[in-house]
Write a protein that binds this ligand. Sequence first.
Ligand code: PGA
Length: 249
Amino acid sequence: MARKKIVAGNWKMNMTPSQAVALCEELKDLVKSEDVDVVYCVPAIDIVPVVEAVKGTNVEVGAENMYFEDKGAYTGEISASMLVDAGVKYVIIGHSERRDYFKEDDCLLNKKVKKAFEAGLTPILCCGETLEQREMGITLDWIRMQIKSDLVGVTAEQAASMVIAYEPIWAIGTGKTATTEQAQEVCKAVRDCIAEIYDAATAEAVRIQYGGSVNAANAAELFAQPDIDGGLVGGASLKADFGKIVNYK
Ligand code: PGA
């Protein structure tokens, strides 16, 4: 069965609650699609108003982060069950900004991935290399290490249902997109790694996004690659262009 494309916006730390609602209104007709799953991953404080604003549309809401504990004394954190109760369906885990600025490591991310599944959320697990790692020629080893450690204890059935976003760090927010060949090469390596951990059917089912300066001009070529099942979009998800990315064909 062909995999359905999935295009997710990663709003990062942008949009106040009222701006968020206005953006949903602006994008509403532009992001309509039957062929592509559309997700807005939004700041925690925007989740409740955005869930309300997209009601009755084809848009699902995602969080940008969560904590792995169920509840308790973790000031400032948000649990998986809070997200589910608020109407969230997806959660970004291990974005390179969280790995870098907030020192989230693969051991912590593995706990978050498992908790997300346990709660019924679909993780969008991010991986990606630095420019230095690419120049050293260790991109594929690095990505495989991230995927393998983040998925310890995750079942084949769970893995088949998840989304993995390959985002070369040097391409994020820089306007420097990976070439189509580079993006396809790593997305294929991610799929091969899933086949190795699980089996061919799981690898065939998992959806793998490319992220890093995706825009209305490059989406069609990227998404046409055999192992690229859509995109995780930062900057371009905050404007009308996002509609063109969703409707890239
Ligand atoms: P960008 O961000 O599209 O602005 O490069 C992508 C991401 O960080 O998810």
